[in-house]
Design a protein around this ligand. Sequence first.
Ligand SMILES: [Zn+2]
Ligand SMILES: [Zn+2]
Length: 154
Amino acid sequence: MELEHAKELDLDLMSDFGLYYWKFKFDSAKMRFGLCDEITKTISLSEYLVLLNDEEVVEQVILHEIAHALVGCKHKHNHFFQQKANEIGCKFINRYCSEDINYVPKNVVANCPKCGYEFKRYRKPKSKKCCGKCVDIPYQERILIFERKMELSF
Ligand SMILES: [Zn+2]
Ligand SMILES: [Zn+2]
């Protein structure tokens, strides 16, 4: 989604929900899509992640931050927050993202079952991989299982 449009959408939604004294900004976070700052009364969105996603996703993230603003950030993601999020039509209730969101490419991670070293990849490898650090151990004991890591938060 274009940044200009995301900003307009955010400002529209904030005024729809009565957040008249709130400001909007973009930030450069890559693992956090949106942020609600009660002290400065600011909702911010990751420029990077807005550009990677379409309007439906960005709107959901904005609604998530608006729900934080309406109930107060001290509630984090508890049931008061979830109730409000639900009420305003936000489906992104959990802290972590769903599969619908595009995010930072380097998000496929495997830990070696022997040494625990974390390997990061842009995508799941097509062939079997094993830990190159544990060369003395039989191949079958150091096979890496790559999984998508849900690190994105909002
Ligand atoms: Zn290893
Ligand atoms: Zn949140």
